[in-house]
Design a protein around this ligand. Structure first.
Ligand SMILES: [Ca+2]
Length: 153
């Protein structure tokens, strides 16, 4: 019996068919995960500014900012200008957004500590003055530091 060696063209065709099958199976084995962003959706997000603060949603840490003109702490109007923050961690958030974020903690102690940290940062980078800080503290029921630890807890 003679062993017949397949021609180069036959080998190439068989390899091609196997490759085509492998590609077809691979393409259909991994369905798109639910909630994946379609290309068109990505483009829409990139150029959408839901809260109209001038920062596109894709780059906005707070795409639905509270843009009322003054800083509101719960129902208290501090009278402090509710500025839009532009540093990378808070880009597109307002001061009111940040205070609302502070409120998402377990207890009042954590809330006040978060507000103190926030106003410290804002005062340090020149966004608010010490007077502004006092007005925000006043809305939280908190007094300046020396009395803060004694009166609040
Ligand atoms: Ca925003």
């Amino acid at each position: 019996m003679r062993l017949r060696i397949p021609s180069f063209t036959t080998t190439l065709t068989v390899v091609g068919l196997i490759l085509a099958c492998a590609i077809y199976i691979a393409a259909h084995s991994f369905p798109e995960p639910p909630g994946a962003i379609e290309a068109g959706e990505e483009t829409r997000l990139a150029f959408t500014d839901t809260d109209g603060d001038g920062i596109y949603d894709a780059e906005d840490v707070c795409p639905n900012s509270d843009r009322r003109p003054t800083v509101i702490v719960d129902t208290c109007n501090s009278g402090v200008h509710n500025q839009l923050l532009l540093d990378s961690a808070r880009r597109g958030c307002t001061i009111t957004d940040e205070i609302a974020l502070c409120a998402k903690v377990r207890n009042r102690e954590q809330f006040l500590s978060c507000v103190v940290q926030l106003t410290h940062d804002l005062k340090k980078n020149g966004t608010i003055s010490e007077k502004d800080e006092d007005k925000i503290y006043s809305c939280t029921g908190m007094k300046r530091y020396d009395t803060f630890w004694n009166d609040t807890f």
